[in-house]
Design a protein around this ligand. Structure first.
Ligand SMILES: Cc1cc2nc3c(=O)[nH]c(=O)nc-3n(C[C@H](O)[C@H](O)[C@H](O)COP(=O)(O)O)c2cc1C
Length: 186
């Protein structure tokens, strides 16, 4: 079965974009229909047009970027007005999502990233998506030597590196397997 999937992300210095591109590559490689979109001021994509959504962002002050949050706020308004979001947020069978972020964790590590994916998750669940996982990938803090070398993760220059991206690839395949969407598998 070919799934209509979307990888929608916000990235300022390119780290989250690397992760987004790797997810899209995996989906495409498994024969799925994939839209890879970087959020901008005008993005108004209806997530419900897709069966599998990967929503990702860089972490800024423990949350997604303003660009990503503004997109979500635009869509929330629209979904409330059109009756998509209703009390109890009924689950929409067949609508699955994963939230992902890249972060540097310079001060307190992973705890700086968890609120960002939690925020995106809350939005997706309001719309009725079944959120399967939240992924947090370490990324170099570009233009900040200190934050890239003496934070909680130590030296994170060059990350996400090939090892990080291979992990993302494995997890993306895992999601397709969980949803029985790997068409070349028995
Ligand atoms: C303005 C700004 C704020 C940031 N705030 C945080 C933060 O609160 N916690 C964190 O772990 N990383 C923080 N970072 C680091 C980024 O989340 C990290 O480098 C990320 O991988 C960047 O992704 P991008 O290259 O896709 O923009 C911040 C970076 C910038 C530029």
């Amino acid at each position: 079965m070919v799934t209509k999937s979307l990888v929608l992300y916000s990235s300022v210095t390119g780290n989250t974009e690397k992760v987004a591109k790797r997810i899209a590559k995996v989906l495409k490689g498994k024969g799925h229909d994939v839209a890879l979109v970087r959020v901008d001021e005008k993005t108004d994509i209806d997530l419900l047009a897709y069966d599998l959504v990967f929503l990702g962002s860089a972490v800024h002050q423990w949350l997604p970027t303003k660009m990503l949050m503004n997109y979500v706020k635009r869509m929330l308004k629209r979904y409330f007005r059109s009756g998509v979001i209703v009390p109890s947020s009924p689950i929409r069978p067949g609508k699955h999502a994963v939230c992902f972020c890249t972060y540097s964790g310079p001060h307190t590590g992973l705890s700086e990233a968890v609120p960002a994916t939690g925020w995106m998750r809350a939005f997706l669940e309001h719309v009725g998506f079944i959120v399967l996982e939240e992924w947090h990938t370490v990324g170099e803090f570009k233009n900040s030597e200190e934050n890239s070398t003496i934070g909680r993760w130590g030296n994170i220059k060059g990350r996400p590196n090939e090892h990080d991206l291979a992990e993302i690839e494995g997890r993306a395949i895992g999601i397709l397997n969980a949803l029985k969407l790997c068409k070349d598998d028995p």
